[in-house]
Ligand binder design. Sequence first.
Ligand code: NAI
Length: 760
Amino acid sequence: RIWFGTRGSQVQILPPRPFMKINKVVVIGSGTMGTGIAAHLCNANIPVTLLDLKTEISEKARDKIFKSKPPLLFDKSKVKNIEIGNINDHFDTVKKADWIVEAVVERIDIKQALYKKIFKIRKKESIVSSNTSTIPLKVLSQNLSKEDKKDFCITHFFNPVRYMDLLEIVKNEFTDKEKINFLKIFCESLLGKGVILCNDTPGFLGNRVGVYAMQVAMTEALKMKLSIEEADSIFARPMGIPKTGVFGLYDLIGIDLMSDVLKSFIKELPKTDEFHVVAQEIPLINKLITTGYTGRKGKGGFYRINKSSGKKILEALNLETGQYSPAKKINIQSDKVDLKELINRDDQYGKYAWSVLSKIIKYASSLVPEITKEFNDIDEALRLGFNWSKGPFEMLEEIGVKNFFNKIDDFKNNRFLENLSKNKQENFCKTRQKYTNIETFGKVKKVAVKIDKNDSAKIFRFKDFNIVEFITKANALDYNSMDALKKATDKPLIIINEGMQFSAGVNLNYLMDFVKQKDFKSIEKFLKYFQETCKHLKYCENPVISAPSGLTLGGGFEVLVQSDYVIAHTNIVLGLVETLVGLIPCGGGCKEMLWRWTQTEEAKKDSDFTPQKVFDIIGYGKTITSPMEAMSLKFLLTKDKSVMNRNELLPISRNLISKIKNEYEPPKSPIFNLSGSQVRDKMFQTLENLFREKKILEHGMEVGKKLAFVLSGGNTSIDKKLSEDDLYALEFEAFIQLLQMEKTQARINHTLKTGKPLVN
Ligand code: NAI
């Protein structure tokens, strides 16, 4: 032991305590959550054993992991790394585990009986946690000794574990603080979670406010006689909330599960809690549950798919009559997220939005400091656990403190609001992501200099680099997005977003508006600018880093693939999917993929290998769902990095810039040798086979031929040299020709309407 003095006090430096490592985890309960947790531990390369009542159950669970969609594993081939077993024959595995996660059914007696067994044999240093969402820590641990209580906590993961960033760690006065902090850091850095420490209060932070919000959204819709489609179009993107809305989310979670959750809140919360007002039983919901309409997993719920006419038709439930009819698309005549505008609308949508929002804000603020002293943690729990773009406090700030108090009726006994109404501090949400020490993009944005902004993107300057953030719906790209990128390269540049997606590609609505007006000149202008910008990103004198997470498709992928480096979140979806809407990549995607595959050993042996390989990748519109898969298609290269924790995208990108900026040199432009009609004939043969097998139809053939023309180098031969500009020109011609075709337009319209591809 070493002792030394700091400012008169004695600080003891202890050697690392022996428990401070997690080399082996046992997860007990291989249902929805247990499988998700085990799969994610496997993603982090941590040895894990998954137990259940019978080995067959955990074996089935492992199969489910393998087949899961969206995939729970980064790399499916690792599924066998998850060991399986049952709690009778393989309980000894608990002896060797550093962390034992209990994820069995939500029954106190079953859980407590299990803890008795676990604590009898577990390693002294180990951590034991429960994934419960409703049972208080004090109840779960009531039979444990004081010593054992130190090592016991709740680790509340969200479903699906790989994709939902929130992890609430619940502790109380008995838990070992040092151990909890260690677990927090472990889950943050190795599992990539946004870890928020919570007190032992019902529903913790996320569900307490999130479920309340859902109930308010539902009960207000019923009160105001809105249809479920109307409610789901307001309590959604217009509020910065996912487009599933409230009734859609109910169906997704399971209407029966929601009912159990509500019962538990009713049991746990004092009668005076506002939650009771919105958690009353609703006869219609009881009827849905008893008739098997439990949501997506059942016969349907508030929505259902009706296949009786031979077609799949989405139907919605009429809340008054209980009858289903085809779901209506609601046009609220606004595409922006503008809370102020929304709550001040002079129609029932405005009234609904205000009623729901003001109640959520009132409830969330009434819980400070009871459930947490840090109101920012409530905002973050809603952002991480429910994918809201802002939490209730940030929403209040956006509405404006003065505006809010002018509109609100009463807020008696709400200390937080009483204080705020007195000090009227407009910018009271000072920082984001207080739960972590990482210097996240959210934190940096608050202090960075805002250099420029248009309707599609923002440019920030922070220290010695610039940041571009796309801000459109799904971050779809248009002329303005390109303009921002082009303007931001006077310094090293990081392209990163706080929104869920990096970019779903070029904005097809934007393109189709020009098509409707037969304004192909404007389309040509945009495409040229798109190509010019991508080329500029690649050859400008400063390094460019793309830091994507979520969807990075089509044009979004072309921006990424022409950046110098990619720092990718592990939950990325990458691909060139243009052919699905009857187009081909035109921002350098074809050219860049050709170049990447030209560097391979196979390409050196066979000059036609590369174009055929790329034809296969782009022709099928192949997408990948992790950086590991991306490597195999050369969507990412070995110089790129992948990161588990989304919060770390910015700091890691920033470190890379510091490392490379002094010796950075733009790449040399490539020369292509392609065999023209020689390889094209082979591609046509492939197309004809696909056509004969009815895997593609007439227009699929047309699109395939245009793609083949570009990837074969057009009218060329293997001895001729093609420049990057030659390939850009081929992409451009093919794109314009395809866009002018009626069948491509039909594909685009269909995808815009349904979100699905049209095969024609
Ligand atoms: P589940 O019903 O899908 O799976 C429970 C599993 O536990 C089953 O495979 C069952 O055979 C097994 N089991 C029951 N008794 C056992 C025992 N004594 N020993 C070993 N295995 C046993 O449940 P789910 O949804 O995975 O929930 C597990 C826990 O996670 C619950 O405490 C729940 O409240 C919580 N939770 C659930 C969420 C969700 O979305 N499903 C989200 C967050 C937390």
